[in-house]
Design a protein around this ligand. Structure first.
Ligand SMILES: Cc1ncc(COP(=O)(O)O)c(C=O)c1O
Length: 406
């Protein structure tokens, strides 16, 4: 049975995070369930960006590198992201993409474990994680071992230098126990690197307390930093003096403006920086991160959990689809609904104003970020999904697959 509008209205009325939706500019008539891929526009962002362009760039010109704090933005923004992932401020920097940061940190881990020749990761993790590790393994002459989740611990042998894990899986939504897996890696003499792309801003994350060595995460998903927003990178304090990422650019130099001939790493996480930071994108990410001011992440995780379960239970009553049961213990802020024609169905659903995404071959993915999703959205989305499924409209030519991005 689908939840009643009255039941959902009561949940919205009692929701301690309902106020946060006003921090965003969401188009009327749209039910947006894809903040796990691209967060919506923070309401304060356009003005902040306009001011950066007109005042900091237009008037300040090159002086703004110092006067407007541009040169320190990767570090100050990293410090703003740090509490969202349970890290001390100086251990996080905002820079580059997740892919690049994975390379930097994994190369640093290999250098910290000389003699060990294996990078271990989960077979089904997000493709870029595997692709980057394949390239690095080839370059460094080490082996990339990809195993099923259940076999990870057994595969942690004396040759593993690095265990790379995605905290919340991008499809299955399962969440690793960060403390347990980091401890298992350490027990085997290896280091841990965590991809927080589907966790940062969605789940409670405690990098420092859980013993993570390194981590990366997305700026454009739950952190609402805009399309292609800079990513972030984390390095635990115990590695600040010894980690040596293989990408050594001038922004990670101890004294970039001394223009010396040879590389010398900056202290701490700053050495993870490479080239000139994209200031406009950094300011946008700053506005995105500010949408978390005063947000209790435990409340956010628990609200997303409730939304996922309500939606999953409602979808399970609809014809022709199967619902991936949300993992029992803990899970990410999205759920998968399967249908062989997922791509067409999602296109038809989007035409009705309900936006999710799809992952091949048959997964429709719906995300429920706590800051922007109302309980009422569950009812609207289920109603639209029911209409699409029962009308057969998704078979129409206009819903045939188009475009590359799904
Ligand atoms: C788990 C995970 N890692 C990495 C990425 C993307 O990395 P990048 O920011 O380098 O494109 C995604 C994108 O969806 C992801 O889900």
């Amino acid at each position: 049975m689908l939840p009643s509008p009255a039941q959902l209205a009561a949940l919205d009325a009692a929701d301690p995070l309902y106020f946060a939706r006003a921090r965003f500019r969401l188009p009327p008539g749209i039910v947006y369930l894809d903040g796990n891929s691209l967060g919506p526009l923070p309401a304060a962002l356009p003005e902040r960006l306009a001011q950066t362009v007109a005042s900091e760039w237009g008037d300040g010109l090159i002086r703004s590198w110092n006067d407007a704090g541009w040169i320190d933005l990767p570090v100050s923004l990293g410090a703003a992201i740090a509490p969202i992932v349970g890290a001390e401020p100086a251990s996080v920097v905002a820079c580059d993409s997740v892919s690049l940061n994975l390379f930097k940190l994994a190369s640093a881990a290999l250098a910290l474990r000389p003699g060990r020749r294996t990078i271990l990761m989960e077979a089904s993790d997000f493709p870029t994680d595997a692709y980057v590790m394949q390239g690095l393994a080839q370059l460094a002459g080490v082996t990339l071992k990809r195993v099923e989740r259940a076999d990870l611990t057994a595969a942690l042998d004396g040759d593993v230098a690095l265990l790379l894990l995605t905290h919340a899986h991008y499809v299955a939504s399962q969440v690793h126990d960060m403390a347990a897996m980091s401890a298992a890696a350490h027990k085997a003499g290896a280091l841990s690197l965590w991809d927080l792309s589907h966790s940062a801003g969605a789940l409670v994350v405690n990098l420092d307390a859980d013993g993570a060595d390194f981590a990366v995460g997305c700026g454009y998903k739950f952190l609402n930093g805009g399309p292609g927003a800079p990513a972030f990178a984390y390095m635990a304090r115990r590695h600040w003096d010894t980690a040596e990422p293989a990408l050594t650019g001038w922004m990670g130099h101890a004294a970039p403006f001394d223009f010396t001939a040879d590389y010398a790493p900056a202290a701490g996480a700053r050495r993870l920086l490479t080239g000139t930071p994209p200031i406009l994108a950094m300011r946008a990410l700053e506005a995105g991160v500010a949408t978390f001011d005063g947000i209790d992440l435990a409340a956010a995780e628990s609200k997303s959990r409730q939304l996922v379960h309500l939606f999953a239970a409602g979808a399970a009553t609809l014809p022709g689809v199967t619902v991936d049961a949300p993992p029992a213990v803990r899970h990410g802020a999205h759920v998968i609904i399967r249908h062989p024609e997922a791509r067409r169905l999602m296109t038809a659903l989007i035409a009705r104003g309900v936006i999710g995404d799809m992952r091949p071959p048959d997964a429709m993915r719906f995300g429920f970020p706590a800051l922007t999703t109302r309980f009422a959205d569950i009812g609207l989305a289920l109603e639209a999904l029911q209409a699409v499924l029962t009308s057969d409209e998704w078979r129409e030519e206009r819903f045939a697959p188009r475009g590359i991005v799904s």
